[in-house]
Structure formats: C-alpha cells, structure tokens
Design a protein around this ligand. Structure first.
Ligand SMILES: [Zn+2]
Length: 490
C-alpha cells in the first residue's frame, strides 16, 4: 500500500468518507441547519463541479457515480439507463402515496460545454470559492447546480418529515449541450418515460441578473444553418467573379443584415430578445491548409459558414402546432410555482420565452407542460461564458425555493387531468404553413425570408421555392427538430 502526501490526493481519498460524514451532520438534530448546508456547499458542489463533463469527452460515468452516491444517501430509488452506449442517464424516484396521480419530473443535464481554460481566473473544474462566496466552475449555472439543489431540497423535505402525495422523479441526462437527441429526446419518447405518468416537468431556465427569478413557458425554435458556397478555384492574385469565398461573403452579409434588423429592435427597446429572430455565426470553414497555416496563393473551391439560428416562434409539437404553455389560472402548475416561489421569499418575473434551447422542448412536444426555471437570482448570465460562477448564498436560496416548489407540487392532490386533456395547458396556435410549388409562403417564415435573401444575393435566376425545397423545409422542421439544414450556394 502506498500513500500520497499531496493534498489533492488526500482529498480524493477522503471524499468517500466526507460525503457520509456530511450526511450524518445534516441529519444530526443537534447541528444547526445553517452549518450543515454550509458544509454541503463546500463539499458537494465542488465535488460534482470538479468532474469534467465537457464535450467532446464528458466523464459521464464519474458524474453518474457521484449522483448515485447522493441518491443512496437520500434513500431514493435509482435506475441507470443507457439509451445510447456510454451515455448514462440517471433516474431517481421519491415515491408518492397516491400512484394514481401524475408525477413530477425535475430534469437537469450532466454535460457542459467546453472551456478555454487559460481565459478563466480560476480553473474551470476546481470549483474555487473566492472570498465573496463565488463558486467558479463550468456547470455552476448550466446545470449541475440545479440537479444538486433539487437533491438538497429533497434532503431537507425528508428531514422535516414531509411525505409526497405525487411521486417525484429527478433525472440527470447526458448530451443536452449537443442537442439532447441521445439523452432527453430518447427518454421523452421511451416507454420508461410513458410509464412514469409525468404531469409536469421542471427544466432549466436562465439565471437572473436582478432579484426576480425568471420562468419560461416556451422557447424559440432552433436551427443549425450551414451555408456552403462553391466556386471556381484560382490563383490568389487573380480577380474573377464567382469564387467560393466571395459567394460565401455575400451570403454572410445577407445573414448579417437580417441579424442587425432584429437586434436593432432589441437595442431600441421595442422587443425582448426572446421576441426576435437571432442568428449568430458560430464557425467558418475555408482555406487550403499548409504546414504553417493556410496556402496563400490559392483561392479555394469551397467555403462554409455555420449559424446558430433561433426563430422567434416556439418549437412545434408532433402535430405541427406551436407549443406555448398557458401561464394563467387555467394552468395549475404555473400558479403553484408562483405561490411556492413567493412562500420562499422570492418573486417571479413576468412569464417569458427562453432565448435559448433546452431539453424542455422534448417534453413539450409530447404534450406535457414543462417550465424552464433555474433558481439563481442576482447572478450575471455566464452560461457558456468564461468564469461561469454561482454565489454560495444564491445556491442556498435556490435550495429553499426548490423545497417550496417540490412541496407544493408533490402535495397537489387534485387530478389535474380529470375531464380535460393536457392540451388545456397549451395555447395551441396556428400550424406552420409553407408554400406549395407555385405560391409564395403563406407565413413570413424567417428562414424562408433569409434563404430568399441569401439566394437573391447570389443569383437572381435561382428558383427559390421549388417543390422539393419547400417540402424539405417543412419536413426538416417537423421531424428533424434542430438538425442542420444545408444550403448550397453555387
Ligand atoms: Zn443547459
């Protein structure tokens, strides 16, 4: 047997001991709750935040082991599912006393986006806590914190003697950051999910820079748009028309104009960010590589640009209807959320459409109400940014908020579906209408407008809406969700 004198190795060795110790302190009635929670914060949050689950090589199994150890300490039932090999999905259950009632699902994701390590003031997987109580870590906002806050809320509720009427499920899904198709989508479409009889899903939302919490009833429809331009190759010194780079630049300029026209509305205060189209270039792929960089005396024959594109309209369900959840008294879950947050000394902002995309859409397209909510107020939005952080005080307040919400939801004894369908929770609007071969679009669909604009810039002779093209758009929209759409400009 060998021993390491390094403090980090010592901590690793002590970790299995520290977690049960931590639990015994919490459960020990002679200790104040404040001290116990402080201890949780210092031991548990850094523990999961220190597991690198960034793409492209997330350490899913390490994160799952951590979650399962927490579930065990809470005496929750647990299942590890793998819809896709190597991508574990943890599902925990706190059984309710009335299994005939629909259940509650609290969902968060285990994976995080990559980091540029050298641009952080503290290493992104050290979970460093500074003197103000800020915990710096990738995932501290998006969304490792949420999963832990839910578990800590359950720990407190259990300690208080609370017994849920409805079953409470907590899920930790993989792959949200890369589209969720191998995670939440497979789960939401599975028999396992159907058998849970979920009535409401609580999903991630956004942090709030002010004191009010934000809750989201819908989110904009996502597209990954790739424009690939082709052209004749030639000498780097030659001036001629129809090069791939020139073609691509014209397309980028069209997209940029579309972006500016929408962003201007936001800057002028006329629209919220969630009420406009957003489009941002996220990659450029062009040039002929050389050992020292790129060949300088050659104009390439192909160039590509990728865009993260969000329509201002929300996602559609499997019937092609816009999925917008009601936020008035017709939806008991929204009302219960408002009351529960208030009871925990918080306040909700007015209901909003999320500017980003989350796994909530996979549950909403199944016809289920899903609320996007991250209990993190007074926190700058640093999701996917350098130096993502969460203050210890906000983390602890969030646990209290979840405690109140879980209590309210799990005690709600009315069968919310008696005599009505789940459709009542939604304001079903119009179907997406895309033109047939000869007519113009019946709805001013932004992507069609953008494509029109893009194609017009390149070639006025281009047939913008041939039958196959409009059909493809419709199909892509309905069945492929946020799959990439490839536009070839030549
Ligand atoms: Zn997220």
């Amino acid at each position: 047997m060998t021993f390491s004198s390094s403090p980090s190795h010592l901590l690793l060795r002590l970790r299995p001991l520290l977690i049960p110790l931590c639990d015994s302190i919490i459960n020990h009635p002679s200790n104040s709750r404040g001290h116990a929670i402080y201890f949780i914060n210092h031991i548990k949050v850094p523990t999961v935040l220190q597991i690198n689950t960034a793409h492209p090589t997330p350490l899913y199994h390490q994160a799952s082991d951590f979650t399962l150890s927490q579930a065990k300490s809470l005496s929750l039932e647990s299942q590890t599912l793998e819809f896709v090999n190597g991508k574990p999905f943890i599902l925990l259950k706190w059984p309710g006393s009335d299994p005939s009632l629909s259940s509650i699902l609290l969902n968060s994701h285990t994976d995080v986006v990559p980091v540029e390590q050298d641009k952080w003031v503290h290493p992104p997987f050290d979970a460093h806590i500074d003197s103000q109580g800020n915990i710096y870590a990738r995932g501290s906002q998006d969304t490792k914190s949420i999963g832990l806050q839910c578990l800590e809320a359950i720990r407190r509720l259990k300690a208080s003697g609370f017994r849920p009427i409805r079953s409470v499920y907590v899920s930790f899904v993989p792959d949200e950051q890369i589209g969720g198709r191998d995670g939440a989508q497979k789960f939401a479409e599975s028999d396992v999910f159907r058998d849970l009889n979920v009535g409401i899903v609580l999903e991630e939302g956004l942090t709030s820079p002010d004191k009010n919490y934000k809750a989201f009833y819908a989110e904009r429809c996502p597209w990954g748009l790739v424009i690939k331009a082709t052209g004749a190759p030639g000498h780097g010194a030659k001036l001629y028309d129809n090069t791939a780079m020139e073609n691509l630049l014209k397309s980028i300029e069209s997209v940029r104009r579309l972006r500016a026209s929408h962003f201007d509305l936001v800057k002028a205060g006329l629209k919220a960010e969630s009420e406009v189209v957003s489009v941002n270039m996220v990659f450029l792929k062009a040039g002929t590589p050389s050992p020292t960089g790129f060949v300088m005396n050659l104009q390439p024959s192909e160039a590509e640009a990728g865009f993260d594109f969000k329509e201002k309209d929300p996602v559609l369900d499997k019937f092609g209807r816009l999925v917008i959840m009601a936020t008035d008294s017709s939806n008991p879950w929204w009302k219960l959320l408002e009351i529960a947050v208030r009871k925990a000394n918080g306040k909700l902002d007015k209901p909003q459409i999320n500017i980003g995309t989350t796994d909530a859409r996979y549950f909403r397209v199944q016809g289920l109400p899903a609320i996007g909510f991250s209990p993190m107020a007074n926190t700058p939005i640093l999701i996917h940014d350098h130096n993502e952080l969460l203050n210890k005080a906000e983390y602890l307040k969030g646990i209290h908020i979840y405690e109140s919400i879980i209590k309210a939801y799990a005690s709600y004894a009315k069968d919310e579906r008696s005599g009505s369908s789940k459709d009542e929770f939604f304001c079903m609007q119009h179907e997406l209408m895309i033109s047939s071969a000869t007519s113009s679009p019946t709805r001013t669909d932004p992507i069609l407008k953008m494509m029109l604009c893009t194609y017009m810039t390149i070639s006025t002779n281009f047939d913008v809406f041939p039958n196959s093209n409009s059909f493809f758009l419709r199909k892509a929209h309905h069945t492929e969700g946020n799959r990439q759409f490839l536009a070839v400009i030549s």
